[in-house]
Write a protein that binds this ligand. Structure first.
Ligand code: C2E
Ligand code: MG
Ligand code: MG
Length: 624
């Protein structure tokens, strides 16, 4: 008659007595202790249970949801078979043992009411025991045995099954805690998506599988900063959680979603290495995320910019592919498209950026990156009263790198501090060179552009002060040009820097005025000494009556406030004449002089100071 084999029949001398009547094989206990995942534990149990218990069927049931359990049946080998049937916790035998945390015995299944038993009777089984696996205050599941004879399990058998269940429970709780800790370390706390480190590690792993390289979707929520600014961070957080659940609803098994930071997410998806599914999925996600969310009584419109990248011959690393996806997303953001697929041009650009990023430090050190200086002229006299320092890099492979791109790379690669220190040092040094060569320029200023991120460094004003001190300049000699930007807000570190600069005696100019939205607020928020009207206004001055009126009003406003007004981008004589008529004091533009290397600027200043080109130069032809 089938029954339970006594573990004491095992030959192992180290068998562990767990109660006065029952002991378990030491090999089983050791193997359980060595299992580090739930899957390994199930395999160990599958291996050992048939050696310890001679029951016709043995299984473990684990809760999979608040309502049902799943059964892992052991077939006599070390195989674990997940049974298809789900066990309702409320009405099954294993569910009852789990719920009540006590053993359930069925002497004869034919007379019992539990859900799963009729099927077992059909399969020839009659008696069963389900023992709860309890650890601390949690029940983790049940260990179950069944035989074909009614009433085949004795009280000693019951004790053995419960002993095995207790042992597995202890081990399972440790494994589950370790797995949860591992998951926690890989998870973004706010959204539950993978965190940056985890998703990038997984991307690298999958990329290395040449037969099954993944595609990528780089997702960025449009206008997230504005959502945070207007509605607060709590609402911003909820928006991100909703976004993640919407994205998840479109993903298939095996796809991964990670949060790279802020409002940036990455989907790593399987698509047979050919990129076909990626675009389709991007479209689905875009649609799913594109409807407004309602939080409390707020209705917030959402849209995503998505960059799609797939493995291709030109992509050599996961980092390259990520950069492709990032650039494609960036392009989507700049266009009116919600998704852009990385193409050869984007790949070329990514390759270029990799080289640029690599070469930046050396180029700063060996002076391949330099400043060119563009004259700023007093419109009434034509005299050069200042110059603006504009960064220039002639890259050996990619030629002239556009300044905004260069600044972007400096900011994106964490070089803001070293670059700013370098800039201020070079500009101060060049200023001393100019003054040395052209004494008449002693009252002239040099303008240096500082981005909001540069200004956001707490020691930015100190860098300015120490560069001036080092070269014996007055802080007012190096004027700081600040781009009119919504990135500088009251209370920000950038705003504090502006006040510190002004307190130190530096002059502050507001650049590109007329391109932003809350422009007039700047007059009262920040200490401003100079205002530069943007080329987009100056360039249409003679053809657009609105621009004409706006400039005229702004010029008189500057006069009222005692702020120096500069018109930039003057390309034509008529523009210059109009600006002068409005009372704009200074001008800058192709018509008045292009940016030039230091040596050429010095030459120009020397010539002009000698009066060669000075003769009423306000009406002189363009200097180039
Ligand atoms: P910005 O500060 O407004 O500089 C003026 C830009 O207009 C310069 O472009 C200059 O070459 C160009 N420009 C001057 N006159 C004319 C004209 O008559 N017509 C036209 N079409 N353009 C004119 P550039 O040098 O390409 O610099 C672009 C922007 O990059 C600058 O705009 C500034 O925001 C930024 N930038 C340049 N150098 C630096 C730097 O050292 N640091 C930082 N943070 N930003 C810089
Ligand atoms: Mg400027
Ligand atoms: Mg400007």
């Amino acid at each position: 008659m089938p029954g339970l084999r006594w573990p004491s029949l095992s030959a192992d001398k180290n068998d562990v007595p767990l109660s006065s009547d029952v002991s378990l094989p030491a090999g089983f206990i050791r193997a359980l202790g060595a299992a580090s995942t739930q899957e390994q534990m199930l395999r160990v149990t599958a291996d050992w249970l048939p050696k310890m218990i001679v029951a016709e069927r043995a299984s473990i049931a684990l809760p999979m949801s608040p309502h049902h359990m799943e059964l892992y049946a052991f077939g006599g080998t070390a195989e674990v078979v997940r049974a298809d049937a789900e066990m309702p916790i409320a009405t099954s035998m294993v569910g009852e043992a789990y719920r009540k945390r006590s053993m359930v015995l069925v002497e004869d299944m034919a007379e019992s009411h539990f859900d799963e038993l009729p099927a077992l009777v059909k399969a020839g089984l009659r008696s069963a025991v389900a023992a709860p696996m309890v650890s601390g205050d949690r029940c983790l599941g049940t260990v179950n045995v069944a035989n074909s004879q009614p009433g085949s399990f004795s009280s000693v058998d019951h004790e053995l099954v419960q002993t095995v269940a207790d042992l597995i429970a202890g081990s399972l709780s440790l494994v589950q805690a370790a797995e949860q800790e591992k998951i926690r370390a890989m998870t973004d706390d706010l959204t539950g998506a993978l965190n940056r480190g985890a998703v990038l590690a997984e991307l690298n792993k999958r990329f290395d599988d040449e037969d099954d390289q993944p595609s990528l979707l780089f997702l960025d929520l449009d206008g997230f900063k504005l959502i945070n600014d207007i509605h607060g961070h709590n609402v911003g957080d909820q928006v991100l959680r909703i976004l993640v659940s919407r994205i998840r609803s479109r993903l298939a098994d095996g796809d991964l979603l990670g949060r790279l930071g802020g409002d940036e997410f990455l989907v790593v998806l399987r698509d047979d290495g050919n990129g076909c599914r990626a675009e389709e999925l991007a479209g689905e996600i875009s649609t799913a995320c594109g409807t407004a969310v309602v939080i409390r009584s707020l209705k917030i419109d959402l849209s995503l910019s998505i960059g799609v990248a797939s493995p291709s011959s030109g992509v050599e690393s996961a980092t390259d592919m990520l950069a492709d996806a990032d650039r494609a997303m960036y392009r989507a953001k700049r266009s009116d498209r919600s998704l852009v697929v990385a193409d050869d041009e984007i790949r070329r650009q990514t390759a270029m950026l990799t080289v640029v990023d690599r070469d930046l430090d050396i180029a700063m050190a060996d002076q391949s990156i330099v400043f060119h200086y563009q004259p700023v002229r007093e419109l009434a006299t034509g005299r050069i009263t200042g110059v603006e320092a504009l960064i220039r890099w002639q890259h050996p492979q990619y030629q002239a790198i556009p300044p905004p791109l260069l600044i972007d790379r400096i900011e994106a690669t964490g070089r803001v501090a070293s670059f700013t220190r370098w800039c201020l040092d070079v500009v101060a040094r060049d200023m001393t060179a100019i003054r040395g060569a052209v004494p008449s320029f002693s009252g002239g200023r040099i303008g240096v552009n500082l981005s909001p991120l540069q200004l956001a460094m707490s020691d930015c004003a100190d860098m300015h002060a120490s560069a001036c001190l080092h070269y014996g300049l007055d802080p007012a000699d190096i004027l700081v040009e600040v781009v009119e930007s919504s990135a500088i807000n009251p209370g920000d570190e950038a705003e504090r820097t502006l006040h510190k600069l002004a307190d130190n005696g530096a002059q502050i100019g507001l650049d590109d005025f007329g391109t932003g939205h809350n422009a007039l607020g700047y007059f009262t928020q920040f200490p401003i000494h100079m205002m530069k009207f943007d080329r987009s206004l100056v360039g249409v001055l003679t053809t657009n009556s609105d621009a004409y009126t706006i400039l005229k009003v702004l010029a008189s406003m500057c006069q009222e406030l005692g702020i120096a007004a500069v018109a930039e981008g003057i390309e034509q004589e008529e523009e210059m004449v109009a600006c002068r008529q409005f009372g704009i004091d200074y001008g800058q533009g192709w018509h008045l002089g292009r940016p030039k290397p230091l040596a050429n600027l010095i030459e120009l200043l020397q010539e002009e100071s000698e009066g060669l080109l000075l003769a009423d130069s306000v009406t002189a032809p363009a200097v180039s």
